[in-house]
Design a protein around this ligand. Sequence first.
Ligand code: PLP
Length: 285
Amino acid sequence: MAEQVLVTLDCELLDADEPLLHADDMAALRGDGVFETLLVRRGKALNLEAHLARLAHSAELLDLPETAPSDWRDAVAMAVQRWGDRREGALRLVYSRGRENAGSAITAYVLVSPLNQRVHQARSSGVTVITLERGYASDLKEFAPWLLLGAKTLSYAVNMAAIRYALRNGADDAVFVSSDGYVLEGPRSTVMILRGRELLTPPLDYGVLPGTTQQAVFAMAEEYGFTATYAPLTVVDLINADGAWLVSSVALGARITSLNGIRMPEPAAAVEVARLVDRAVEKAD
Ligand code: PLP
């Protein structure tokens, strides 16, 4: 097994090759829990506070007991220290409801793993993308709270299936589109486009996950001479954009090089945008 680091929320360092979950953990039985993934670089967990805030928000949407951010910070610090500063890692915060019928005892841990080879490829060469139906309208979130839109739950089977479907169809990744024709997000990324000097991303009330990377980018955009706007986007808007990216905590900015088979030329500002994404997550905390 690849080297990994595993630390529980109460700061116990465990052997990641040994079993941790019970067979009746609600994570395994129902995907009933929440998680976060962030980048470890040069011995630091990047944009940690935004991830802790989103974890708390997701947990609240699932009526999970509140956890102390300071406990997560301590566990993350221990895991990152153990991981070291020589290479990047993907750090996951995992929080499930715990064992079935076990009362209030939650399951919570931090796991650091090596980056997948595809991540390096996406950063350096970009990604080819197809659009896929998500099956709900862009305004569903406001009247269907039980669907947990906007929460990062452990139930990612649909997202992983979308990625496998994209791969089977010759693309590297996917972009979900709502039933009323609006661009939503990638199965594990936020969609961001460039029009002139304007960066645009779909509105958060479209039931997408609020991206910590996109938000960090928007907060720093002005410094780089860009304006940042939330706006409804269609697939045609993506194709007509000067540039389009899938942004996320680990892959950072993966430029979309083709969409549904249509080539997307590299914009003059591609290097600038890549630098902005990188700096934004480095400087976010
Ligand atoms: N949307 C979805 C569905 C995701 O799973 C992710 C990240 O995994 C994102 C957006 C991007 O979020 P972040 O920038 O916080 O990694």
